[in-house]
Design a protein around this ligand. Structure first.
Ligand SMILES: CC(C)(COP(=O)(O)OP(=O)(O)OC[C@H]1O[C@@H](n2cnc3c(N)ncnc32)[C@H](O)[C@@H]1OP(=O)(O)O)[C@@H](O)C(=O)NCCC(=O)NCCS
Length: 185
């Protein structure tokens, strides 16, 4: 286990923030709550509620919800890129502003990596805009924790792909690593 307090079988983890945080894969009934959480977490792109319903159903095995006192306080969505079977692509990660800076972002990723569905993961990929300092801090910390290198390069370009309407998304690659080993940091 990367973080011993994380219980992926639907049980509550030990309390560290007053009320316990519970990690679980989403169900088809969580899509609207996820959409509302994302709305509270700029600069994340707001996708359609329908998209979040698909994540919570077809992609539930590679998504993780964190609840505290019944509230959705954290979310990570991910999927397997078709041509990269051992790579987990993290689409979005969100921690409600009231729960930030206490390790929940890292725990969400670690909870996903510890889940049975992700047993074969050797690499993580995601995209981050240059100005998103909190996201860079999270993924750099994750790479350190996994003892894996982090590489970055521009991918979806502001002008070529977004017609100036969105900042360039940098492709971030973390790995290779063995998620079954104890975190080194
Ligand atoms: C990015 C985000 C998910 C991080 O969640 P979080 O629970 O606050 O992150 P953590 O507490 O796990 O912190 C992760 C690392 O970032 C660092 N960090 C957290 N807040 C920080 C801050 N305000 N300033 C500097 N570093 C910070 C932590 O120290 C930690 O590194 P460490 O383990 O080496 O100490 C959260 O800020 C968020 O939802 N942001 C808005 C949505 C977004 O931009 N998502 C990412 C793009 S998909």
């Amino acid at each position: 286990m990367l973080i011993p307090s994380t219980d992926l079988n639907g049980h509550a983890a030990p309390a560290r923030r007053g009320q316990r945080i519970r990690f679980r894969n989403p169900t088809v009934d969580d899509g609207l709550r996820v959409w509302e959480l994302i709305a509270a977490c700029p600069p994340l792109d707001q996708n359609s509620i329908y998209c979040n319903h698909l994540q919570c159903s077809h992609f539930a095995d590679t998504c993780m919800l964190a609840e505290q006192g019944g509230d959705a306080v954290g979310w990570v969505s991910a999927y397997w890129p078709p041509a990269k079977p051992s790579t987990l692509f993290i689409w979005q990660i969100a921690v409600h502003p009231k729960a930030r800076g206490e390790g929940l972002g890292r725990e969400l990723i670690e909870a996903l990596l510890e889940s049975d569905a992700c047993a074969g993961v050797r690499r993580i990929e995601t995209t981050i805009t240059a100005a998103n300092d909190l996201s860079w801090a999270l993924f750099k910390a994750t790479a350190r924790s996994l003892g894996a290198p982090l590489r970055r390069e521009p991918w979806f370009d502001r002008d070529a792909h977004f017609d100036g309407r969105h900042d360039t998304e940098h492709l971030v690659r973390i790995g290779p690593f063995d998620a079954s080993k104890e975190a080194s940091a």
